[in-house]
Design a protein around this ligand. Structure first.
Ligand SMILES: [Zn+2]
Ligand SMILES: [Zn+2]
Length: 97
């Protein structure tokens, strides 16, 4: 399966932020899939977070912010609990939750 790099523009615009959602930096912000597309992660708000280049590199190498840090931030942004974010993502990935 080819990796799809195109992310839903609509979803990106919905979560678009001028700052890194982890450290607050204002430059080089890019969207990150918390559950990678390769692992079935969806283009949904609950799976996307805006990160600066440094936080983005860090999370991909397993350092801070961890996946849990990202999920907690998304929960805060969406006004729902960590468990709800987790469940919504699991469902989007085709699991029974
Ligand atoms: Zn950052
Ligand atoms: Zn990423």
């Amino acid at each position: 399966m080819k990796h799809k790099r195109i992310i839903s523009k609509k979803t990106i615009n919905e979560i678009r932020s001028t700052r890194c959602e982890i450290c607050g930096q204002r430059t080089n912000i890019e969207p990150h899939h918390i559950n990678t597309r390769g692992s079935g992660g969806g283009d949904i708000r609950e799976n996307l977070i805006q990160l600066c280049t440094q936080c983005h590199i860090n999370t991909h190498s397993g350092q801070h912010p961890t996946k849990d840090d990202c999920l907690n931030k998304v929960a805060e942004r969406e006004g729902i609990t960590y468990d709800e974010v987790y469940a919504i993502n699991r469902k989007a990935m085709g699991y029974e939750v």
